[in-house]
Design a protein around this ligand. Structure first.
Ligand code: GLU
Length: 489
């Protein structure tokens, strides 16, 4: 890499809405690169477009970044607090004849555009105000005429190297005289991004490929200011695609980080999934912790082709992350989701005799038997609601194994009852329950275990009777078997 400078990168969102998957990927790549190289990861709030500003958006984005584990270094840079700085730099370009005042009204610009369209010319400012004398400019400003400041694009060709897309070459005649300062005194994105990246000593810019066409303008600005040596490396990241290989858009349902949080995906899973969009570790490994992502992050492994946003893959990655978590960790993260469920609320109200610790123990048992099957935290208990209800529905038909009679079924349930009654409270462990029941079943597993599972759950599908009776505890398991026996008379 030609830049031997200290690594300083920035995530520079505009506070115009929610943090989306694309924004998270940009932030994440900046973060991984900074952490890998012992550099700094800065946050810059690009709030110069006052029309699109959304109150509270920045706070929510910061909250989403923290949730994802992307802590930034130092205080955020807020562009709206830096207006004087941009004005100073624009003035410098004006003084050097590299930028000029433009007083064209929106109506004139519109007419110009229409004419260009009719003549099939590319839309471009016609430099109507380029040669105004200093006197004229002064008078117009004194008369209160509104103006913008435009960049006078020099002649020639602009060339730069992007670390993902390679060499980019653009003829300057195809570049518009970009507005640098708007009528409201705010800088445009193009000016602010260059001035700030320079002043913040940014070494590398990781951002979405949609900014690649703007980069020649930025390169020209670096040249105009005489900052070529300080110009950061550009790393544009390919667009994230949907399953039909089109650019992922907000219209396609949930693409905001807040939505994925609300659905109960662990942050580590979303980060893992996002990291692999557009970056290929070139090994078989698919599940990464943040630390592993940092260690393996490598710009040369970034793809020019966009990664596909495949929700099934996210679900699979998410399940792998949950599987690797401790019960304690899942409990802490999943409880807020569980507390919103009706089945939990009812159970919680009915179980008023249980202490908080006993309730916690019970939920942790449920997590233990479900954790290998969960894709998201909000699925806890969803498929096993019989663990939360006092009365379960059973019918003799559901209790009978294959063509067994009521009599056989009853006998088998009685056998299970006896086994469970003989296990003391202190021996009530999953291993013990399984061992004792299997011993009794011998080679007649279905005959013994099918009615038991059905008596305990009232469901056609559920975890094993060992797991269920372990969670329910001795008393409830026995009660459920006794009431099933009542059905079989
Ligand atoms: N404010 C721009 C955005 O919202 C920043 C682009 C850049 O990183 O230069 O993506």
């Amino acid at each position: 890499m030609k830049n031997e400078k200290k690594v300083r990168v920035r995530f520079a969102p505009s506070p115009t809405g929610e943090l989306h998957i694309g924004g998270l990927r940009t932030a994440l790549n900046n973060f991984l690169f900074a952490r890998k190289n012992g550099g700094e990861f800065l946050l810059r709030v690009e709030d110069t477009d006052r029309k699109r500003f959304v109150e509270g958006s920045m706070e929510r984005m910061i909250e989403d970044l923290r949730w994802a584990g992307l802590e930034f270094d130092g205080e955020p840079y807020i562009q709206s607090e830096r207006l004087e700085i941009y004005k100073e730099y624009v003035q410098r370009l004006i003084n050097e004849g590299k930028a000029y005042y433009c007083f064209c009204t929106p109506e004139r610009l519109e007419q110009m555009r229409e004419k260009q369209q009719q003549e099939k010319l590319a839309p471009k400012y016609d430099r109507h105000c380029l040669n105004l004398s200093t006197e004229d400019v002064k008078k117009k400003i004194e008369n209160g005429e509104k103006y913008v400041v435009r960049f006078k694009i020099p002649e020639g060709t602009t060339i730069f190297e992007d670390l993902v897309f390679g060499k980019v070459e653009v003829k300057n005649e195809n570049i518009d005289d970009q507005v640098l300062l708007k009528t409201d005194g705010f800088p445009t994105y193009h000016l602010a991004v260059v001035v700030d990246d320079y002043l913040m000593k940014i070494s590398h810019i990781f951002r979405g490929a949609e900014w690649l066409p703007s980069t020649p303008k930025h390169v020209l600005l670096y040249q105009a200011f005489g900052w070529e040596k300080e110009m950061p490396e550009f790393v544009h990241m390919a667009n994230i695609l949907n399953k039909s290989k089109k650019k992922l858009s907000k219209r396609e349902g949930s693409v905001s980080v807040a939505d994925f949080r609300a659905q109960g995906y662990p942050a580590s899973a979303l980060v893992n999934f996002i990291a692999l969009l557009g970056w290929n570790p070139k090994t078989q490994q698919e599940i990464f912790t943040m630390q592993e992502l940092i260690e393996q992050f490598d710009v040369s492994k970034m793809n020019r082709a966009g990664g596909v946003f495949d929700i099934d893959r996210l679900n699979w990655i998410s399940a792998q992350h949950i599987k690797r978590m401790s019960v304690e960790e899942i409990y802490i993260q999943a409880l807020p989701f569980l507390e919103k469920k009706e089945y939990y609320k009812k159970w919680n109200a009915v179980q008023s005799a249980l202490s908080a610790e006993e309730k916690e123990k019970y939920i942790k048992k449920i997590i233990t038997i479900e954790k290998d099957r969960l894709e998201k935290f909000d699925q806890i208990g969803e498929n096993n609601q019989f663990l939360f209800s006092d009365k379960i529905q059973i019918s003799p038909d559901d209790l009978r194994w294959k063509d067994s009679s009521n009599e056989d079924t009853r006998n088998n349930l009685k056998k299970s009852l006896q086994v469970l009654e003989n296990i003391s409270e202190s021996d009530w462990t999953l291993d013990n329950i399984e061992k004792k029941l299997l011993e009794t079943a011998g080679d007649k597993r279905g005959d013994l275990l099918f009615p038991l599972r059905s008596a305990l759950t009232g469901e056609k599908k559920s975890p094993s009777p060992f797991e269920v009776s372990w969670v329910l505890g001795k008393d409830t398991s026995i009660k459920r078997i006794l009431s099933a026996l009542d059905f079989l008379v």
